[in-house]
Design a protein around this ligand. Structure first.
Ligand SMILES: Nc1ncnc2c1ncn2[C@@H]1O[C@H](COP(=O)(O)OP(=O)(O)OP(=O)(O)O)[C@@H](O)[C@H]1O
Length: 325
């Protein structure tokens, strides 16, 4: 009998030009010592200091490809679905080893922006984009770079937990690894599974039932399993699109604790509608807005504490205080 993951690998190999982490049901499982920002106050977009000009000072390590934490930088990103422009020249530096939260009302383009950060936007047939996304200074959209590399280095966790339900917990964790074609011995895989489940805060709960199906876990456990799966390919950046919106408060707290631990190893960008969560988990915050049918753009960004306590733009103030959106 073939191994379920080998079936997936075979299907991938059979495909002409498969996007890494092709959806297998539900959402797609995808496959520094840089100074951190100590900005005195948030910046209004267009206030003379372009976000691409903001320098961040920061700290510390990551996965197999490199031992440094990675900075992600979006430069003048515009996005379209068909003729409709949904993002307009968005620039944002997401500092290495920090959590950057993307906040803003529904429909302002946060998820679209997030998906552009690891080349998932282009999976939508009508989608187009302009601009650059630099991972440690190199554009992930450069024609010389493989889309699979970008998606391996920049992982994604979705709103709805999407483990392979019939696949074992163990195989779920290593599924992304095999999809990228990386081979490893049983001992290495065992170590990797344990390491990733520990980092995702799930090890103690599942260590005695690694062969049980991922679908048998609770929603919160499934989400942590998805985080473990993302970590197994040693991403340098982890994108999280409302990872707690389908979870109860206890599971949400566990995920937030996991984020706080992970950020010492991987740069994190999170979309959240929950302002308290943004305040709790993020170091930096960017406020997106799409007013009256115009494409989304960043109104203001900067250290989270300043964005919440001393925003420079009245719209930011109103939003973080729950006055709209
Ligand atoms: N696949 C798609 N095809 C066409 N339009 C889309 C598609 N996905 C998103 N859009 C549109 O792009 C705009 C931005 O959507 P997006 O999901 O990025 O916003 P958002 O800020 O993440 O919203 P929410 O907070 O509700 O998730 C919206 O007007 C939305 O309708």
């Amino acid at each position: 009998m073939t191994h379920p993951i080998d079936d997936i690998v075979a299907r991938r190999d059979a495909a002409q030009d498969p996007p890494a982490g092709t959806p297998l049901g539900g959402e797609t499982p995808t496959l520094v010592d840089i100074p951190q920002a100590e900005l005195a106050a948030p910046h209004r977009a267009g206030d003379g200091l372009a976000s691409t000009e903001v320098m961040h000072r920061g700290s510390a390590r990551v996965g197999a490809a490199t031992d440094s934490l990675a900075m992600l930088e979006a430069r003048s990103i515009s996005a379209w679905f068909g003729d409709r422009k949904v993002l307009d020249r968005v620039s944002l530096t997401m500092p290495a080893g920090q959590v950057t939260a993307l906040i803003g009302p529904s429909g302002c383009g946060k998820s679209t922006f997030l998906r552009i950060l690891n080349r998932m936007h282009e999976l939508v047939p009508s989608a187009a984009l302009a601009g650059e996304v630099l991972l440690d200074g190199r554009d992930i959209y450069d024609s010389s770079r493989r889309v699979t590399d970008a998606r391996r280095q920049i992982g994604m966790v979705f709103q709805k937990p999407n483990p392979f339900p019939a696949m074992s917990i163990y195989d779920n964790v290593i599924s992304g690894l095999r999809l990228t074609g990386i081979r490893a011995g049983r001992r290495e895989l065992d170590d990797l599974v344990e390491e990733c489940l520990i980092k995702a805060g799930l090890w103690k709960e599942v260590r005695d039932r690694l062969r049980q199906p991922g679908g048998a876990l609770s929603g919160g456990q499934q989400q942590r399993l998805c985080i473990a799966r993302s970590l197994a390919v040693r991403p340098r950046v982890l994108l999280m699109d409302e990872p707690c919106s389908a979870l109860d408060p206890t599971s949400t707290r566990r995920i937030e604790e996991t984020i706080a631990e992970l950020v010492t190893e991987v740069t994190i960008v999170i979309v959240t509608h929950n302002m308290q969560q943004a305040a709790r988990v993020s170091d930096e915050c960017a406020f997106f807005l799409a007013s009256q049918g115009t494409p989304g753009s960043i109104v203001e960004y900067g250290p989270t504490s300043a964005m919440f306590e001393n925003p420079q733009d009245s719209r930011t103030y109103d939003y973080v205080h729950g006055r709209f959106g």
